[in-house]
Design a protein around this ligand. Structure first.
Ligand code: NDP
Length: 597
């Protein structure tokens, strides 16, 4: 079905068949077991000076927050706005910023518009310099947020939580850390673990490679030279390999292409790359925005990407024009076919873009993605595809198999060894593995039961936030929670919800809060009902972390769902629950008030 640009476009049947073939090639019996963890050396934080020490902290606070990325920061900010400043934030990294702390690879940026992605712009008065902000700017903005809302005194950096246990008698969470801290919080917020745990492909021989290697989220500028904002002058005489062609690789490949002597891009599945159209911020426009503009724009963007078709599309970019999801998830066959056609057309436009940009027709053909637009994360970039026109850039397509093995010198594909000095793993992060595994500790709730035991057959939560068996625990994660293209919209709303629960408990003297199991089952039935159409769609997808590598759905996976409808609908559930007079579906225990009071 290979076609040149003047050939007839493929029919729906041909595309269906092509998608099916591409999916079949990529199904691997080992499913999620294909991934490996980073070893200690590869996982080391390259952005802090070694040898940091401090005295252990022993203290009691109202809230302990695990994670200093946007979720944790926004929760602390919301709490502070309601007078709760008695908060401790524990963070593995050396600063705030979460994903934007770790991902400093050259070219790293956020392809969701900065005016809707960066939270609280109206409150900080910050103007992003470009329409799509660089990771450097977002990391700086995280620090600005922390300074503006006085979060630094609350943070314990370079600290891993090693354990957390609910003290039934004391009605508090007892938290231990890698720095010997003994912390105790009336509430514990888990605001980490979403794109936190980097993963490596389990390629045979991976330990044998003798060159330099690192994961993109641990970029080693001491080897490459340069910095996120300066050219990598250390690569001029180097042969570099990169494994992966997802959202990260799409951003980093053009930068390495510019700096390295040779670049080999090892591809298992082609990414989809639409137009980015980066622009500097129009200062006059930005200054003319009226109070309330950011909330309006954020909601408008989420409406547009969830098929709600707002009257005006304020952002009007690739996400809103190409990637919107019809949340009705059509059940009648005619409507389903119409949506399938729209999906095919969107991906056809992405495939046409490849052949318009990439000069070598064979390379262009290999770079065309044949999968549905929601099967994997579509990317938007203007320099990725042109990089394949450079003489020093070589696409090594593995036809869906992945790199066959690694020798001491480099990757092997189809019997050909590609010796490299540097091998970069743009292999992504764990997303659907067990939450306790991603967090790096297994918390213990009522009766000392571990989260891994309680959730052994799948998660039990109300809205993905409260969990039975774990009083006063508040979760911000994807497990039974919401999902959205603009992730910071989801995190802002989740933080608001979590902060509301804590504030209400403090105000009303509630010492324990825990959802009823019946309410959790009811929430699960909502997740199932809304996930029905999506599950059918994903069945036909190439494997990815969106569908747990197409591993067959067991009873556990059937509970570990994300709310797959519109983010606005998910937010609606949270808002209605907050507005109802009492915490519905939740057991609360109030402080005992002595007779004399
Ligand atoms: P991904 O998981 O999306 O990509 C991993 C890549 O590694 C895939 O291309 C995968 O191929 C490839 N791979 C895995 N094993 C092998 C193998 N054995 N041989 C060859 N290739 C292999 O990770 P990313 O870091 O790119 O992105 C993760 C997430 O981070 C994104 O989905 C997004 O949420 C976020 N992100 C957001 C950005 C933004 O602009 N907002 C920018 C960057 C990341 P295959 O597809 O076949 O599995």
């Amino acid at each position: 079905m290979e076609q040149s640009s003047d050939a007839e476009p493929p029919s729906i049947d041909e595309l269906r068949e092509r998608y099916r073939r591409e999916q079949q090639k990529r199904l691997r019996p080992e499913g999620m077991a294909q991934w490996r963890e980073l070893n200690e050396e590869l996982d080391r934080d390259p952005f802090v000076a070694p040898g940091f020490t401090r005295d252990p902290v022993v203290e009691e606070t109202t809230v302990v927050i695990v994670g200093g990325g946007f979720a944790g920061m926004l929760t602390a900010i919301d709490l502070a706005k309601h007078g709760i400043t008695d908060v401790r934030i524990i963070e593995k990294a050396g600063d705030f910023g979460g994903t934007w702390y770790w991902n400093r690879y050259p070219g790293c940026m956020c392809d969701v518009e900065s005016y809707v992605y960066l939270p609280l712009l109206e409150e900080t008065g910050f103007m992003p310099s470009e329409r799509y902000a660089s990771a450097t700017e977002i990391f700086e903005y995280s620090k600005l947020l922390a300074r503006t809302f006085d979060l630094y005194p609350h943070a314990l950096f370079q600290t891993d939580v090693t354990g957390a246990e609910w003290d039934e008698e004391g009605q508090r969470w007892r938290v231990t850390t890698s720095r010997g801290d003994r912390l105790s919080g009336r509430f514990m917020v888990l605001a980490g673990g979403i794109l936190h745990k980097a993963k490596m492909p389990g390629i045979p021989g991976i330990e044998d490679f003798e060159g330099k290697a690192f994961h993109t989220s641990r970029w080693d500028y001491s080897f490459t030279g340069g910095s996120p904002t300066e050219p990598m002058n250390g690569l001029a005489d180097k042969r570099v390999g990169i494994i992966g062609t997802g959202a990260t690789a799409v951003q980093v490949v053009p930068q390495i292409a510019r700096a390295a002597k040779e670049l080999f891009v090892f591809q298992r599945t082609p990414g989809a790359v639409g137009v980015r159209n980066q622009q500097p911020t129009d200062v006059e426009w930005f200054q003319s925005l009226k109070p309330g503009w950011q909330k309006e724009r954020i909601v408008n963007f989420t409406q547009a990407v969830t098929g709600a078709q707002p009257e005006v599309d304020l952002v009007a970019d690739g996400w809103t024009e190409l990637m919107w999801v019809d949340t009705q998830k059509a059940v009648d066959p005619e409507e389903a076919e119409a949506l399938e056609r729209i999906d095919f057309e969107a991906m056809e436009s992405i495939r046409r873009r490849v052949e318009e940009i990439v000069e070598d027709p064979e390379t262009a053909e290999k770079l065309k993605p044949y999968w549905g637009k929601h099967c994997k994360r579509v990317c938007f970039h203007d320099e990725y595809l042109p990089a394949f026109n450079l003489p020093n850039v070589h696409l090594v397509d593995t036809d869906g198999r992945g790199v066959d093995e690694l020798t001491t010198r480099g990757p092997v594909v189809n019997g050909v060894e590609y010796p490299v000095d540097l091998l970069i793993y743009a292999s992504g992060f764990e997303v659907t593995t067990d939450l306790h595994h991603r967090l790096g500790f297994d918390l213990k709730g009522l009766g000392g039961a571990a989260l891994s035991e309680r959730w052994a057959k799948g998660a039990h939560t109300l809205h993905g936030v409260l969990a039975s068996g774990f009083p006063n625990l508040l979760l911000i994660s994807l497990v039974q929670g919401g999902f959205g293209t603009n992730f910071s919209h989801l995190l802002s709303e989740s933080a608001k919800h979590v902060a509301h629960i804590v504030e209400t408990c403090v105000e009303q003297g509630i010492v324990e809060i825990e959802p009823e199991e019946a309410a959790e089952e009811e929430w699960l039935s909502v997740l199932h009902a809304v996930g029905f159409g999506g599950a059918r769609y994903f069945q036909n997808c190439t494997p990815s972390f969106y569908n747990s590598e197409q591993q067959s759905i067991d009873a556990r996976a059937a509970r570990n769902l994300t709310y797959s409808g519109s983010l606005l609908d998910y937010i609606g559930y949270l808002e209605r629950w907050r507005q109802a007079p009492d915490f519905a579906g939740v057991n609360v225990l109030r402080e005992e008030v002595s007779e004399s009071e």
